[in-house]
Design a protein around this ligand. Sequence first.
Ligand code: ADP
Ligand code: MG
Length: 875
Amino acid sequence: MNEPLSPPTPVMAQYLEIKAGHADYLLFYRMGDFYELFFEDAAAAAEALDIALTKRGKHLGADIPMCGVPVHTAEQYLERLIRKGFRVAICEQVEDPAEARRRGSKAVVRREVVRLVTPGTLTEEALLEPRAANTLASLGRASGDYALASAEMSAGEFRVAAVAASDLAVELARLSPSELLLPDDMAAEPSLKALFAALGRALTVLPSAKFDSALGERALKSHYGVAELAGFGAFARAELSAAGALIAYLELTQKGKLPALGPLKRETARAFMAIDAATRRNLELNETLAGARRGSFLSVIDRTVTAAGARLLAARLAAPLTDPGAIAHRQDAVAFFVEDGEARADLRERLRQAPDIARALARLSVSRAGPRDLAALLHGIKAARQVRDLLNGRGENGEAGDSLAALIQAVAEVSSLSDRLSHLLVAEPPYYARDGGFVRPGAHAPLDEVRALRDESRRVIAGLEARYREESAVPLKIKHNGVLGYFIEVTPPYADKLMASGYRHRQTMGGAVRFSTDELSTLANRISQAGDQALAIELDLFEQMAKQALAAQAPLSRLAEALCVLDVASALAELAVSRRYVRPRVDASRAFAIARGRHPVVEEALAAAHASFVPNDCDLSGEKRLWIVTGPNMAGKSTFLRQNALIAILAQMGAFVPADSAHIGVVDRLFSRVGAGDDLAAGRSTFMVEMVETAAILNQATEKSLVILDEIGRGTATFDGLAIAWATAEHLCVKNRARALFATHYHELTALAGRLGGIACVTMRVREWNDTIVFLHEVAPGVADRSYGIHVAKLAGLPAAVVARAQEVLAALEEGREGHKPLARIDDLPLFQAAAPPPKEKNALEEALRAANPDTLSPKEALELLYVLRKKLDP
Ligand code: ADP
Ligand code: MG
């Protein structure tokens, strides 16, 4: 027989109601000092966090699964959940439990969701990677036009750009958002599905109504408190849709506490070199093919000393510029720090001390800051002042000059804030305001007074213990705990004596009896009141400081921005000096002339092993804009190709480049592809993928593009591959007219050079020496005379028999080639002929062995045979 189902308890009813509104989130339901999770949420979180799953009461006749995390360590659990792809709704008690009790003994404390924690809206130090950006993006569409909006909450940046449908993938690769918002109708479109699938669980699909452009315009106007958006620029409807949806989402997740976003900036995709995701992966820009940050291009060029600087450098690497003027402006700053080594060293020393102002400010704007964030602002301002003094009067130097001007102004604007903070804050404040103790003694008279009262009472209590001992002649102690407050404690034998002397009994424990007196209670009260008062005063001061800091948000952001620009410029200068990089000439031409260029990462790796890198020229400026690069495996083809792509990226980031000189006409799009087989790590080594990607290049490359093709076509049978490589090279050269480097092991391809004026052949030089080969890693005009594959195989330790057999096969093939009917000759070589012995003179040893029949030999005969054989070996 079924038990009658009891209705949910009032707390459970409240829980279920709140949970119903946040189905896609794990609900962190605040109960006292814990966030509790129930039902499926509890099961999922317990598994993800590896914590105990327990039960609590019943719902509809079944146990309610439950787990919980303590509030004061909740951040670390949040971090793990977010990393595993969960989203979390934080539900707090929004009234004092005492207040609820006044409404009735059964009344439930009011609770509300105060924040939704999603990957793109994090602000906590513990939840963010210090040196990586955390971008929230949003995709809008209106009458066929697309736009992408993006916000970096912790930097206060907010941008929007119109994007052509064909560029969506490239733009998403550039932004590489932690979270992308998109309308449900677009999410369901077959043509876009692959694009979004690549972003994985960072997708947040919202009802398309949220992307209404009129709604978006209203959201933006109300966010910025303006009647017209014209002051920000003329936005297209798709842009309003994307940016408006993003603002609305921030409002939703932060429950109205909007982060401090700067003005909405319009970008145009054309301002940046387009680099698609495959190219980024291939060039190992942010991580190696194996997924490590170490060994990536970024890790090798990053000499920044602040986390904010590291984020800016990564952002610039993600989006090299296309405007020669803007590039030169950045180069000027790097050049200044290259020339003035003393300024560079001093600046870097000071920046090293600078805290992360931008992220402290972001926490402040969403009311998640603590005293330590205020201290970060203070130390940031101090660092800024020192930097200003250091650079002042050293001249106009591109963006370093802009930064100095910004610093001078911003530092002046925040001077009263910094006075206030340095007056009030202790040297090392605690993390949370609620812990108190962050206001410096002597800074605020009323606070000093209540603190004195508290401390004085403490001293009186200490005196009390001595007096009571003397009066009662009992070895009593005065102690304190969280439950009883102050109390007098004795061991049981003395209890009666104290009781008789009028001490008030409070508690009997196993080995102790606890008492109090009126005098002690009064003092204890005074202490606790004074403590409460002190904390209240401190919290009030915190609010005032936070308010003042928020009012100075604009100059603080500018100050933080200036510091990280200076960090990046001086870091690139440091790189240039320590690794001998030079300033490239970047203009609107179609030049690509690199003298003695090097590969930054390979050079660094070789240097660590005390080997040196062989520099190589590359010139695609003139008529010969496509180079076919041949050479044996391991000769350095891939390295040469990639170094030139990386040099183009560095140049357009505004950095110096590893070469003796470089002249680069701005590259609008950069493509890099490796034939299937090399790209193993990405697990996409299928020929199909290779062809899809090659198609993308042929469809998109312009005469301003730079294309790197590394052994394209080798993922299929020889002649298919050759045919595809041939047609691709022709198309690139004649139709796209792009500057290109094309590495291939199809020597036949070099015949193209004779037919097409735009193509030149170069080869990686090798020297034959004692039947083996030495790689010179030198690029020289011409064609590899042979592929040396067998030499390389030998170097790699292939068994001698296999190497010998391969040589025979090769000879046969080459004979066939001379006879101009290679196909027939290849067919003439049955694959398994290798199993048959090569026709060779038989030697005596072999003959004797063949004559022997082991089955019929006696042990003695066998031994004798062995002697015979041994003798034949060296007669
Ligand atoms: P390929 O693509 O021709 O097979 P790679 O470019 O992969 O050859 O180079 C193979 C190895 O040769 C690299 O890992 C590097 O150690 C070395 N190498 C390549 N280029 C150079 C160079 N210019 N100077 C010195 N060593 C080089
Ligand atoms: Mg290679």
